[in-house]
Write a protein of this length. Structure first.
Length: 126
């Protein structure tokens, strides 16, 4: 797998898009869970589960950002994402955006963000 210095411009752009889409999925999910926590019909048990997931997502976001910093410093190798991988990440962002905070969303958020992080893991090594 190549490092940043070995990628052409199109591959670098594709990597950046994959990173931003994955990060957007994480940030949107965190925002949705926080919003859900402020909803009047959210009970303490649901709020506790949401808070635990928020912490996990914040940690995933920090790891994602650290991997990008390592990539930028030519310390990490990547598999430049394919168009199909980018389309998949775009779809996951759209699915998170469509979630409503009027109902319990924890299971959906976990499923979508896990798919997004796993998809990015195929692009970013280590």
């Amino acid at each position: 797998m190549p490092k940043k210095k070995d990628l052409n411009v199109d591959q670098r752009i594709a990597y950046q898009q994959a990173y931003l889409l994955t990060r957007e999925t994480l940030v949107d999910s965190i925002t949705k869970l926080r919003s859900r926590n402020s909803h009047p019909d959210t009970d303490s048990s649901e709020r506790a589960g949401n808070n635990a997931e928020i912490m996990d997502l914040e940690a995933e976001k920090a790891l994602l950002d650290a991997k990008r910093v390592a990539y930028e410093a030519n310390k990490r190798e990547v598999n430049p994402p394919s168009d199909a991988q980018l389309d998949n990440l775009r779809s996951l962002v759209e699915q998170v955006e469509e979630l409503t905070t009027e109902q319990k969303i924890l299971d959906e958020v976990v499923a979508l963000t896990t798919q997004s992080v796993n998809a990015f893991a195929q692009i970013q090594a280590g």
